[in-house]
Design a protein around this ligand. Structure first.
Ligand code: B12
Ligand code: SF4
Length: 528
């Protein structure tokens, strides 16, 4: 039996001290909860250290590794967290070379060998690791574990990607109980209504191909869905652990509308007092009156739309256009509002084919949409995206400092076909002002909503904070443990490999069946 410490790095370097920081999303990390569940089922002892809301504190990490006598340290991370991951790999090896230190998530899946080069990590997990991580905990030899890339002397050996999980109902319940719900009262009220809140998934993957999107790196091309009964069971489970709200992480939850309605019906039948949001974004062409009513009925109170651009040509060029048009976006917001749902939306500036005119279209579009909340970001070519592969081939990448890879960055990470970086940042600043701060329509709507929902004082609090914060913070320089000893990899001298995208098999979806009795399950103790 292995003692495992799983770590989610600190979000402070990314979100701290910026406008984006007022929505610092400190939720229990679902990826760690799902790999823990399977490893625990196989008898391994798992602890999770979530640094998300704290400053990066390697002394705390050291003390936890010693306290739990960890045999394996596992770190998760999106791109802006990779330098912390590299730093921690040195810390672990300084504590003892016998401790295995491994990593998973979208960035390392896209750049496995490069990340091993840049760190002291022993192994990288490629894509979904629900089964492979448990296999690694069981195994005495990494060569026996499918789905990893591991260090062997000076070599890096890949055992190849394992297949995508066909039936998500085969997974154990995520181990949300390894987190302390008391820690998740820190989530900004702009993101949630009720605390504590957590993250859940009802499906994995996406069938679309937006060039800036990395979701298929880990979850593959295709759409795999849990059964509605299983989704309802998870909702009951979250509630029984004390969570009052959850954020659905699915990429395209509403794109199979029949299934989404069945899930909502099953969740409504479970009849537990929990609310939720589709904050990760749904597609505008999936809007549908009946489905929105079902969402509302099942406790969902907000949908966020991934609009990205206010120009149909740009939408087509980056891979979203066709049915997802700007006109459809307007209709979708109207429908959602009619069903009583809060509406939010994301917009990106500096999309791969953007020009000053098309960015202006985006800002004007956002200004006129009757949204309750919106978010602008700089389009980043994250590793694992078609955009990253293309920019790499075109020689447009200017920096591989992962600390700067986030949507509020000020660092000129890329050269753009049509725009200077300064121009994109200028538009970011203008967008926040034109669409939100000095947009009477938006302010009036938000005021009315604040009075109606009783959230007026929270809005005021965040408005003042928002005004005071810069859009982004330049290089912030985390206080690292061993930055001077980080192994260096020359990305400019070596070709970047194309990311492999796995294709999910088509499987039959099960539909609503009776849901287990909510009260009985509520009273049951959390799974061991
Ligand atoms: C929820 C979410 C968040 C949450 C939580 C992040 C998290 N670490 O889980 C929050 C809101 C914090 C977040 C923030 C950001 N996110 Co985000 N997020 C997601 C989202 C929608 C779902 C993630 C999820 O829970 N999936 C379900 C779980 C089960 O899957 P998983 O996390 O991938 O974990 C599995 C494997 O990856 C692996 N695994 C993961 N970690 C580990 C660790 C170990 C040790 C092992 C062995 C295995 C392993 O095993 C897990 C089970 O199979 C994804 C989209 C997607 N479809 O994945 C984007 C996504 C991960 N985010 C992305 C991005 C870009 C960001 C931001 C950088 C955006 C920004 N603001 O600039 C920020 C980063 C901020 C920060 N400081 O970290 C990109 C990642 C690109 C990249 N190269 O890193 C994604 C893929 C979105 C996209 N469509 O492109 N995000
Ligand atoms: S942005 Fe949304 S629709 Fe586009 S590929 Fe990513 S998950 Fe799919």
């Amino acid at each position: 039996m292995a003692s495992v410490l799983l770590i989610n790095p600190s979000y402070d370097p990314t979100y701290g001290g910026t406008k984006g920081g007022i929505t610092n999303p400190v939720f229990p990390t679902l990826g760690l909860a799902t790999i823990s569940a399977m490893a625990r089922q196989r008898g391994h002892k798992i602890n999770i250290l979530d640094l998300s809301w704290r400053p990066y504190d390697y002394e705390l990490v050291r003390s936890k590794i010693l306290e739990h006598k960890a045999d394996i340290v596992g770190i998760t991370g999106t791109t802006p967290l990779i330098n912390q991951m590299r730093d921690l790999s040195l810390l672990v090896k300084d504590i003892s070379s016998d401790i295995s230190v491994v990593a998973g998530g979208p960035h390392v899946t896209a750049l496995p060998k490069e990340t091993l080069h840049e760190s002291k990590l022993d192994a990288i997990f490629l894509g979904e690791a629900d089964f492979s991580f448990a296999d690694y905990c069981d195994a005495s030899n990494p060569a026996d574990v499918k789905g990893i890339c591991y260090r062997s002397g000076d070599d890096f050996i890949s055992t190849g990607r394992g297949p995508l999980i066909e039936n998500l109902d085969d997974l154990p319940m995520p181990a949300w109980d390894l987190y302390d719900p008391a820690d998740y009262h820190r989530i900004p009220r702009l993101l949630v209504k009720r605390l504590p809140a957590t993250i859940a998934e009802f499906s994995r993957g996406c069938v679309f191909k937006c060039d800036f999107c990395a979701s298929k790196t880990t979850m593959g091309q295709g759409y795999r869905k849990k059964s509605p009964e299983r989704c309802a069971e998870e909702v009951i489970q979250m509630h029984s652990l004390g969570y009052k709200e959850f954020w659905l992480a699915d990429d395209i939850f509403t794109s199979d509308q029949d299934w989404a309605v069945s899930v909502c019906e099953a969740v409504a039948r479970a009849n537990v007092d929990i609310v939720w949001t589709c904050t990760n974004g749904i597609r505008v062409e999936s809007a549908n009156d009946e489905m929105f009513r079902s969402l509302r009925n099942a406790g969902c109170y907000r949908v966020s739309f991934g609009f990205e651009s206010g120009n149909n040509e740009i939408l087509k060029k980056f891979g979203k256009g066709g049915k997802a048009t700007v006109e459809q976006g307007r209709k979708a917001v109207t429908m959602a509002r009619k069903a009583g749902l809060d509406t939010a939306g994301t917009m990106l500036l500096g999309l791969s084919h953007d020009t000053e005119e098309t960015m202006m279209d985006t800002v004007n579009y956002a200004r006129k949409l009757p949204l309750d909340m919106m978010k602008f970001g700089v389009t980043i070519a994250f590793p694992g995206t078609p955009m990253f592969n293309e920019y790499s081939k075109m020689g447009l990448i200017r920096s591989y400092d992962w600390d700067e890879y986030f949507i509020y960055t000020e660092a000129p990470l890329f050269a753009h076909r049509n725009l200077s970086y300064e121009k994109v940042l200028e538009f970011m600043d203008m967008a926040f002002k034109r669409a939100m701060l000095f947009n009477p329509g938006f302010i009036f709507r938000r005021l009315l909503r604040g009075v109606r929902t009783g959230e007026f004082f929270w809005d005021l609090f965040y408005a003042v904070k928002f005004f005071a914060m810069p859009v982004s913070r330049g290089a912030r320089g985390s206080h690292y443990y061993a930055k001077d000893r980080w192994p260096v990899y020359d990305f400019t001298a070596n070709p970047i490999p194309e990311t492999t995208v796995l294709i999910a098999k088509k499987t039959k979806t099960t539909h609503a069946a009776p849901v287990p009795d909510g009260d009985a399950l509520n009273a049951a103790p959390p799974p061991q």
